[in-house]
Write a protein that binds this ligand. Structure first.
Ligand code: CMC
Length: 388
């Protein structure tokens, strides 16, 4: 292959230098800007973490208040976007709505094309982080045929999302603070994960100097796939299909025969317990204390127990990943299963945007253009259709 290196799926190629997220997959370590994920999950908030990812340092008290205020000024959707969401079939998959809505935002804010102006970039970031939860909630309200609940900027980021969804449909609905906090921790855990599939897409599309909405829409499309952000949805469906802890051994046998995968297990980088899964497992118990117990949790715990003792999983270093328990919590918060990848996308937006900014400011970065090894036909002559 000459001087070119062949590395399908970029398993062994660093495509950029980054100072945002550090992962040690063998030890199960995850840090944002040097801060361990465990400390952030326990002490920080999602919006503070988003600031950390985007600006590189934790904000002062004043700066945090400024940042939260900036986001709170961008919760409302442009009316054209509301009409776009209403044009979808009621049962449209929410990720399709997300991908289309964010792409449509580039037509509503055409100044976003001016990616060389730092002030323009910053404003689009506020808009995206502010509006994404509103898109999720409006898509949900459209699905159930109820009027939209306008955003309430006096609430926290996650409480506002739960309020806008208002699944209980009660007057004077008050969000349970335990649930809003649990969702906030999940958002912290999902905010960034270095050069995963969707982030690579964000950088790749951004490298052609497309506007951030177009790049983020493409990143969301990558996240939609069942091997990436769609895995939490797939886990729930798998647990429902298994149905009872007693069916777990038979299911594990099918996985070992290669008939199906154990969704929520395995990771390209973690060859140890995913540190995010550990935190989520803990939150699951707290959430179920505030809601009703979820019988699927028993199936998940039994699956984990059986798999972690099985030679197939041990020898391949397959451990639970972030998606294994997150779907159970989303379900306890009463989100429909189709919304799970969206709940991954909302916080990941800050990571995508941080990586996009870093890429634009990196003088080494050019337009992404991988090479290939050509193994097709050698030159041959065209044959007219009536002679083939
Ligand atoms: N169940 C059963 N076997 C598995 C699994 C699994 N979940 N994951 C990997 N394997 C086996 C695989 O069959 C292969 O075995 P063999 O060497 O005998 O052929 C070996 O483990 C290596 O797997 P791989 O497919 O080469 O590993 P990868 O790094 O390409 O894939 C993965 C990583 C996450 C796509 C994969 O583990 C998987 O499909 N997991 C299930 C889906 C999932 O939970 N995805 C969420 C990932 S974390 C969040 C995110 O990124 O969105």
């Amino acid at each position: 292959f000459g001087l070119m290196s062949y590395d399908p799926a970029f398993m062994n190629t660093a495509a950029c230098v980054s100072r945002i997220t550090y992962i040690d997959g063998d030890k199960g370590i995850l840090e944002y800007r040097g801060y361990p994920i465990e400390q952030l999950a326990e002490q920080s908030s999602y919006l503070e973490v988003a600031y950390l990812l985007l600006y590189g340092e934790l904000p002062s008290k004043e700066r945090l208040a400024w940042w939260e205020y900036r986001i709170s000024r961008h919760l409302f959707l442009h009316n054209s976007l509301v009409e776009l969401i209403q044009a979808f079939r009621y049962d449209a998959h929410p990720m399709g709505i997300l991908i289309s809505s964010v792409a449509a935002m580039s037509t509503l804010y055409p100044e976003a094309k001016n990616i060389h102006d730092p002030a323009v970039r910053e404003k689009q970031i506020w808009r995206i982080i502010g509006q994404i939860p509103t898109i999720a909630a409006f898509a949900y309200r459209h699905r159930i045929g109820r009027p939209f609940n306008l955003p309430d900027s006096s609430l926290s980021y996650t409480a506002n999302l739960l309020y806008m969804m208002d699944y209980m449909n009660q007057r004077d609905y008050e969000v349970n603070p335990v649930l809003a906090k649990a969702l906030d921790v999940l958002f912290i855990l999902h905010a960034d994960h270095e050069q995963n599939c969707s982030t690579s897409v964000m950088r790749s599309v951004g490298s052609s100097h497309a506007d951030p909405y177009s790049a983020l829409s493409a990143a969301a499309a990558a996240l939609y796939g069942p091997l990436h952000g769609g895995a939490n949805e797939a886990v729930l469906r798998m647990l429902q299909q298994i149905g009872h802890p007693k069916n777990v051994p038979a299911f594990i046998e099918r996985v070992k025969k290669g008939e199906t995968r154990l969704m929520g297990f395995g990771h390209r980088v973690y060859k140890n317990y995913d540190p995010r899964a550990k935190i989520i497992r803990q939150i699951a118990h707290e959430v179920f204390a505030a809601t009703a117990a979820n019988p699927l949790l028993d199936i998940a715990m039994e699956l984990e127990r059986v798999a972690l003792e099985d030679e197939y999983f041990i020898s391949r270093k397959l451990y639970p990943n972030v998606d294994f328990y997150s779907g159970l919590i989303y379900q306890a918060l009463r989100f429909p299963i189709e919304y799970f990848p969206f709940l991954f996308a909302i916080p990941r937006a800050s990571g995508w945007l941080a990586q996009w900014l870093e890429m634009l400011d990196d003088p080494e970065q050019k337009i992404t253009r991988p090479r290939q090894i050509y193994l097709g036909h050698a030159r041959r002559d065209y044959v007219p259709v009536d002679q083939r």
